[in-house]
Each structure stands twice: as structure tokens, then as C-alpha cells.
Design a protein around this ligand. Structure first.
Ligand SMILES: Cc1cc2nc3c(=O)[nH]c(=O)nc-3n(C[C@H](O)[C@H](O)[C@H](O)COP(=O)(O)O)c2cc1C
Length: 190
């Protein structure tokens, strides 16, 4: 089975992570889930759930963000994809600075050193210049910076439609087939 690390950090947008985990679980991916302290706060605030409850999805197992000896901290663990969703400005800054003081940036730095695919999904408004500079650094190193900024050209009817728009882009990046949202056909504008 393909395997991903999904890290939830303390940016708003827990629903993106929940939807992504469901999609990965439905696609029979194995997922190592890491949730930072502020990530857990936002999970509770926005969805009323705990990291442990999220990890009940088939194929998902929870790693402790304080455990730097966990599997996702090792380059020898064969992991296919790394996603930080949502990604806080703090975690992006740590990755850009090479700081691995907990498991989230540590696993992201494994992705960088092993040249494996890493996606970060920032949510902040507005961005400070330091955020933009850090994201530029990551992008120049091959990281996909995929902001949680849904489009509206597909006439969304619900929050779920907006969330799906972003999750669909993440799944596309991971090469995973899905049926979230409609794809642009080129026939929409006459
Ligand atoms: C309720 C709440 C909402 C937050 N929302 C955001 C956000 O949308 N984007 C962001 O970059 N940081 C946000 N923060 C700040 C981060 O949580 C903070 O930078 C924290 O140090 C991130 O740590 P982590 O990256 O280890 O999760 C928020 C914090 C709280 C408490």
C-alpha cells in the first residue's frame, strides 16, 4: 500500500485535513498522522474532534508529535508522500530554517533530504513577508505550496464544495484518482 505522512498544524482549516484523511483512507492509503498541539486545538474548535478520533479511520495511525524517534522521522522508512495540511506559518518557518524540534517539521525535513514529494497547505491572511519568503524558499526546493484558497468558478453550493476543491488539488498532486468536484472541460465559457 502507498503510504503518506499527514501533519495537521495550528492553522485554521481542520476540515481540509479531515476530508483529506477520509479520501486517503477511502483510496486505501496508509497514513501516519501527526497533530501539533495547536493543530489539536483547532481540531477541537472547528470540528469538535480529537486526533485520536481522527485516527480511527481505516489505515490511519497516530504518531506523537513529541516523539522524534517515530517512524516518520526516519529517512529509512519508505514513505511516498508528505502533506502538511493545514500548515501554520510557524511550521513553514521551521521547515524553511531546517528546525526539527518536533515530529511535524522533522518528517517534512526527511522529505526534503530524501527528495520526496512534500505538499504544504498554508492558511493565513494576509501573509507576512517572512511567510512569503519562507514559502518561496520551499517552492524553490521543490515543495508544492498549495494554499487553502478554493476557486469559485465551479459554483460551490456548500462549505464542503469549497473544501473539496482544495482537497482535490492535493489528491491531484499525489496522483490519486478521485471524484471530488468537477474538472474544467474548456466548454464552460461560451
Ligand atoms: C485558534 C488558532 C487559530 C490559528 N490560526 C492560524 C492560521 O490560520 N494560520 C497560521 O499560520 N497560524 C494560525 N495560528 C497560530 C499557530 O497556531 C501558531 O503559529 C502555532 O505556534 C503553530 O504551531 P504548530 O505549527 O506547531 O502547529 C492559530 C492559532 C490559534 C490558537
Amino acid at each position: 500500500m502507498p503510504e503518506a505522512v499527514v501533519a495537521i498544524t495550528g492553522a485554521s482549516g481542520a476540515l481540509y485535513a479531515e476530508r483529506l484523511l477520509r479520501a486517503l483512507s477511502d483510496s486505501e492509503w496508509e497514513v501516519l498522522l501527526i497533530v501539533s498541539r495547536e493543530g489539536a486545538i483547532n481540531l477541537d474548535l472547528e470540528l469538535g474532534i480529537t486526533p485520536t478520533q481522527l485516527a480511527e479511520l481505516p489505515g490511519v495511525s497516530l504518531e506523537d508529535n513529541d516523539n522524534l524517534a517515530a517512524r516518520s522521522a526516519s529517512g529509512s522508512a519508505k514513505i511516498d508522500h508528505y502533506v502538511v495540511c493545514p500548515a501554520s506559518g510557524t511550521t513553514i518557518g521551521k521547515i524553511a530554517a531546517g528546525i526539527s524540534d518536533n515530529l511535524v517539521p522533522s518528517s517534512a525535513l526527511v522529505a526534503l533530504k530524501e527528495r520526496r514529494p512534500l505538499i504544504v497547505v498554508p492558511r493565513e491572511a494576509p501573509f507576512a513577508t517572512v511567510h512569503l519568503e519562507n514559502m518561496t524558499k520551499l517552492s524553490n526546493w521543490g515543495v508544492v505550496v498549495l494554499p487553502a484558497s478554493p476557486g469559485f468558478y465551479h459554483n460551490p453550493k456548500s462549505v464542503d464544495d469549497l473544501v473539496d476543491f482544495v482537497v482535490a488539488r492535493i489528491l491531484d498532486q499525489m496522483g490519486i484518482e478521485h471524484s471530488l468536484g468537477q474538472r474544467w472541460t474548456g466548454e464552460e465559457v461560451q
